[in-house]
Design a protein around this ligand. Structure first.
Ligand code: TNX
Length: 521
């Protein structure tokens, strides 16, 4: 008896030691998902699978190797993203050991992965994310959010390796908050959607004929009068400087840089209604709530116009850490070209004197572009050619491909169709460097998909136009052309329908994709 008891005791002891040393035995997956076919958008440069699973549970820890504020913030983003999956808040632990068993975030300080790139090595014991810069770690976290599988028994990430790095340095979208006003909560949601798909620039169209949406302390009537309405005569609205700064900060925490636009000299009726002195005849214009374009202009030969612009640019630049200020310049149909050109030239100087790079719609290429300034190609190939001849780079927003406000088809609930109907496949099947022979890869800064708001008045309506097209523009900007195919993309896109259902995004169920059944809870 004695012997048996002793033996049992030793057995229990050994088992306990074994478990303490090795952790609990790993669960077995019958058929683990294959990392290389996971529905990641935008598609990473390479994904290779090794056929196992890295399990996530309430014990999973996030290790950071650097006591760096940005890395800690990214670890918290990951912590939040994981907490829904493991019913616990994974602990964040600072360590010096990159071999820890868990999720490890490591800043390498080199740029082997590219300025925004990252590597993710997933084994059964460890999920190691390395990047040269915090942005890369952040993008890896976005990828990881799309890799988590919760089957009936386990929550895990398929094992293998991902190397990733974006094709273009500018991956943007634009929201027109002038035609209809959007609240800061709505803009923040858009920023969430964008950052999930690794967009890094949000261009805000802050002023147009129908509304002025940003507080300018030295010209208070811009918002008092110019911000008081919108298309259709609704109440409009504007961002106080505090709200704008809060948006800039919210975006920057998600690696999105705000590009503010004050459109001029045309598209300025709201300003012309607020201050009579900005008009050549000295008379204030009526507020405008229609959707025509091309009827307004600042008085280009009055000195007060440039004092006004200097004040406006100065106050906005003060709150905008990003490198760009957008000066508009489109559709100035009532500004004679001999006035338009010196105007554009002078405004670029004002922006440069405030330390920013100007972006303008492609018409600004009729002026003399200052070195480093960017023309945003939207309609006119000749203008694009003029910009390239001057050595400027282009931001690519071809309306017939990239305009998020274009209808999908003749039955679309919202949107316009002056440039084209843009169904989800057409929105995806193009490359910025293959649209025109004179526009080559080296002439292109990046891609931007603008959402004009003549026909949409809130985020719900915007979501109908954004989804399912928004992820496609992200992929065109991130993933090189030779890696992209519509056949493969549409399968991945369909998987994302489930994510949007979960987020309550009312997306347009284009018949060109087989969407998952909507599960009503
Ligand atoms: C053209 S794109 C415009 C905007 C309109 C948009 C509607 C551009 C530079 N100008 O003023 O909102 O079409 O699609």
């Amino acid at each position: 008896m004695q012997t048996t008891n002793n033996r049992t005791g030793i057995f229990i002891l050994l088992t306990a030691l074994f478990l303490a040393g090795c952790g609990e035995p790993k669960p077995q997956l019958d058929e683990p998902s294959d990392l290389s076919t996971m529905a990641v958008i935008p598609l990473p440069a390479t994904m290779t699978a090794t056929g196992g699973g890295f399990f996530l549970d309430s014990e999973t820890r996030i290790y950071t190797i650097h006591d760096d504020e940005e890395v800690q913030a990214i670890a918290q983003t990951l912590q939040q993203a994981l907490s829904g999956h493991v019913n616990a808040e994974p602990e964040i632990v600072l360590t010096t050991n990159s071999e820890e068993m868990g999720i490890v975030l490591e800043l390498t300080g080199t740029e082997n992965e590219g300025a925004e790139g990252y590597t993710m090595k997933i084994s059964e014991d460890q999920l190691l994310i390395s990047a040269g810069n915090p942005a890369g770690l952040f993008y890896a976290v976005q990828t990881l959010r799309q890799l988590i599988i919760a089957d009936e028994k386990y929550t895990y990430v398929p094992t293998g390796e991902i190397r990733d790095n974006p094709e273009y340095e500018y991956r943007g979208s634009m929201l027109d908050v002038a035609r209809h006003f959007f609240t800061t909560e709505e803009v923040k949601k858009l920023i969430d959607y964008m950052s999930f798909y690794k967009y890094n620039y949000l261009h805000l169209h802050l002023a147009d004929d129908q509304g002025w949406r940003i507080e300018i302390k030295s010209w208070p009537k811009l918002t008092e009068i110019g911000g008081s309405t919108e298309v259709g005569g609704g109440p409009g609205g504007f961002y106080t400087q505090e709200e704008y700064k809060d948006l800039v900060a919210y975006a920057s925490e998600r690696y999105v840089t705000i590009v503010p636009e004050i459109d001029m000299p045309g598209h300025t009726n709201a300003a012309l209604a607020s201050y009579p002195e900005l008009n050549c005849d000295g008379k204030a214009r009526e507020l405008y709530t229609g959707t025509e374009v091309g009827f307004s202009t600042l008085c280009t030969d009055k000195e007060i116009t440039y004092e006004f612009i200097d004040d406006v640019v100065g106050e906005i630049v003060e709150m905008t850490p990003g490198p760009y200020f957008h000066i508009g310049g489109d559709e100035s149909h009532v500004t004679p070209m001999e006035d338009y050109i010196p105007f554009v030239n002078r405004v670029q100087e004002i922006v440069r004197d405030h330390g920013k790079i100007s972006i303008g719609w492609d018409e600004i290429a009729n002026g003399t572009l200052l070195e480093g300034n960017i023309a945003q190609f939207w309609a006119d190939q000749e203008n694009a050619g003029k910009a390239i001849e001057q050595g400027a780079r282009l931001l690519m927003s071809p309306a017939y491909k990239a305009y998020l406000d274009m209808q999908y088809d003749t039955a679309s609930q919202f949107g316009l169709h002056w440039a084209a109907y843009i169904p989800v496949d057409s929105a995806y099947i193009w490359s910025a460097d293959k649209l025109a022979p004179e526009i080559r890869r080296e002439n292109i800064l990046g891609i931007e998909a603008p959402l004009w708001s003549e026909t949409i008045s809130d985020l719900d309506e915007a979501e109908y136009l954004l989804f399912p097209r928004l992820p496609g523009y992200a992929e065109i900007s991130w993933t090189p052309a030779e890696k992209r195919s519509w056949e493969d993309y549409k399968q991945r896109l369909s998987e994302h329908g489930k994510i949007w259902d979960d987020l309550d995004i009312d997306y347009y169920r284009s018949p060109r994709v087989e969407w998952p059944e909507k599960i009503k809870l």
